[in-house]
Design a protein around this ligand. Structure first.
Ligand code: NOJ
Length: 606
């Protein structure tokens, strides 16, 4: 049977990579000579570390062990056996936490970006509007994408450690073994963003650092717990609120090998146990929690390359995304139930992604219906059960038989409904939606043999009249991303109307500056004008959303604090507001970082 298309068009990070030319290699990035900031001696804290050119090449290709073929051996040698599945790992150049150079001195601001007849400084954008008191000026990262130190301090392997080594999985053949080494450089990173006036950092905890073997009956890695305790403490001492996601897609490899990860119901208890451990360790020091990052994207990936792993009994490639969704939402609800029973101080939700969409052709009822399908499959799949009904959207149950999408019991519905304290959305883009070319009815009646089934809708990145793009395109490494700021207000209204809450966080927005990964001169890299435009436009639209549309948005987080390992794109596509030299690990503020700082200084309530 053809690969289930449930979340098709959504395999953003992985699919995109498959079509790319892989001629940009990690070696070519790591091999560039060290670049120095023109003003680094006076303004940028420098880290003098020399990192050897990358020597690890992706030699993978071994098939993932069949479910149950690895015995549960929670000893150090059992852990090594799990690492053997991954293969050799690159060691970091140092293994202790670096003490930052403080105070951080910011560089002088960049020259104005706009001509004098525009609002030419960030502070001049909607100068009369302020964000509400308590609004979070946030930056976002995720453990796998920035930490590096992948085999240090007792961490177990995760599925990204494995997947990144599969042939052609990552366009530049890079791994995240080192990336930014934020695991040992978090103080430097926090100090640098605190100097910008950032008030929150949305970070994730790596499950395999806390439970190297993943399961509830396996040992806790105290070093991992202590590490994040210090990370959290340092954030708070620096005035940067730590916001924690429990699962940003870095699945402990052990759980995939033992029982098929999220394709098995066994994951629920193990996740809840992990969540409880982390809640009780950091209770009172973290106020805002997320159980899962973008569960839809995660579940769409479990069945496809490079995660073409073995599944739990009874699950196959076609049903895996839905089985994953079913187990994941129960794991979310279980963790929230525990959070409330344990009286953990704070708030909790999960991070949705994507958008509702706008009908492509105004007078075509099929396009309006396609928007409903898009909203249901992309956001409603998790948001309807949690915020509205306790159950899957009707569009899903009308389309997918129970052997694809398991149905909830009465008790499960009860547990799921209301299991979030606010709404969180990664609001990168919002686009037009059309019915599939073959027509909505044809797609639905063709069923699984139709490549567009079960979603039966298409994304359109240009208008239907004159083919004007929805917005300026990001780097070719992120072909899914355009600057669609002009749709942001209507997107936020739609979200608030369909999944009402008293509080919304925009948990990720961000832009991959075109060509940035190919540039070598620091002064060109720092001039990330498209990213700056994107961020300023989105933040301005959010101000209008709050003041004109009365949408209760209480925080905005920019992806990403630093350049990061961008899934299938590896290190070749950059999202950071700070440049990271992957040879020296030196960080440099880009224009966007400086303008963000000025923007928030002018628009936050004191
Ligand atoms: C959202 C994901 O949460 C993050 O992991 C990813 O790197 C960014 N989007 C950019 O693609």
């Amino acid at each position: 049977m053809a690969l289930s298309a449930v979340f098709l068009g959504l395999l953003l990070y992985v699919q995109v990579s498959l079509g790319q030319n892989s001629s940009t290699t990690l070696t070519s990035i790591a091999g560039t000579s060290s670049v120095q900031a023109a003003n680094s001696s006076t303004t940028t804290p420098t880290i003098t570390i020399s990192v050897p050119s990358s020597t690890i090449t992706n030699t993978g290709g071994a098939s993932f062990p069949p479910v149950g073929s690895i015995t549960r051996d929670f000893s150090p040698s059992g852990l090594e056996k799990l690492w053997d599945v991954v293969g050799p790992v690159e060691s970091p150049p140092f293994t202790t936490t670096v003490v930052p150079h403080t105070p951080v001195v910011l560089p002088s601001p960049p020259p104005t970006l706009y001509p004098s007849f525009y609002a030419n400084r960030p502070k001049d954008i909607l100068p009369h509007l302020k964000y509400p008191k308590g609004f979070l000026f946030g930056l976002a990262t995720a453990a796998y994408q920035v930490e590096g130190a992948t085999k240090n301090e007792g961490k177990g392997p995760n599925m990204w450690d494995w997947a990144s080594r599969q042939p052609n999985a990552i366009v530049d053949n890079s791994t995240a073994d080192i990336t930014d080494l934020q695991y040992f450089l978090y103080k430097e990173d926090v100090a640098r963003v605190a100097a910008l006036g950032v008030t929150a950092h949305s970070l994730s905890i790596s499950w395999a650092r806390i439970f190297p073997f993943g399961t509830a009956d396996s040992p806790v890695n105290q070093e991992g717990l202590d590490h994040y305790a210090d990370v959290i403490k340092y954030h708070r001492e620096s005035g940067v609120e730590p916001i924690v996601t429990l699962f940003h897609w870095d699945m402990p490899l052990a759980l995939q090998a033992y029982y098929g990860g999220f394709t098995s119901g066994q994951i629920v208890d193990d996740f809840v146990n992990y969540a409880k451990t982390v809640f009780s360790a950091y209770n009172g020091t973290v106020k805002t929690w997320f159980t899962f990052n973008e569960p839809r994207v995660f579940c769409s990936q479990v069945a496809s390359y490079p995660f073409n792993i073995t599944y739990a009994p009874g699950v196959n490639t076609s049903t895996a995304p839905y089985q994953c969704s079913y187990n994941l939402i129960k794991a979310h609800a279980g963790a929230v139930k525990a959070f409330r029973e344990m009286n953990i101080v704070g708030e909790i939700a999960f991070k949705s992604d994507d958008f509702v969409g706008t009908p492509w052709r105004k007078n075509t009822t099929d396009d309006a219906a396609a928007v409903e399908r898009h909203a249901a499959f992309q956001i409603g799949v998790f948001a309807d059960p949690v915020y509205v009904s306790g159950d899957w959207p009707k569009i899903l149950t009308d389309t997918l038989p129970p052997d694809y999408l398991p149905r909830f019991t009465k008790q499960e519905k009860k547990d799921i409904l209301g299991s979030a304290d606010f709404f969180a959305i990664d609001a990168y883009r919002s686009q037009y939606i059309s019915a599939p070319a073959e027509g909505l009815d044809a797609c639905l009646s063709n069923g699984p043999s139709d490549p567009e089934w079960p979603q039966c809708n298409d994304i359109q990145e240009f208008d239907s009249n004159a083919m004007w793009a929805v917005g300026a395109s990001a780097d070719t490494g992120a072909p899914w991303l355009q600057d669609t700021s002009r749709f942001l207000r209507s997107a936020m209204k739609q979200i608030h109307k369909r999944w009402p809450t008293n509080k919304i966080y925009v948990t990720e927005i961000g832009f991959a500056q075109p060509l940035e990964g190919q540039r070598t001169e620091l002064y060109r890299i720092k001039e990330d004008t498209d990213r700056t435009n994107y961020i300023m436009s989105y933040l301005g639209e959010l101000l209008l959303s709050i003041h004109e549309d009365k949408i209760p948005i209480m925080g905005a987080f920019i992806w990403s604090m630093v350049d990061n390992a961008e899934w299938g794109q590896g290190l070749s596509t950059r999202f950071g507001i700070q440049y990271v030299n992957y040879t020296s690990l030196e960080r440099t503020y880009k224009r966007s970082a400086m303008e963000l700082s000025e923007f928030f200084e002018a628009h936050l309530h004191n």
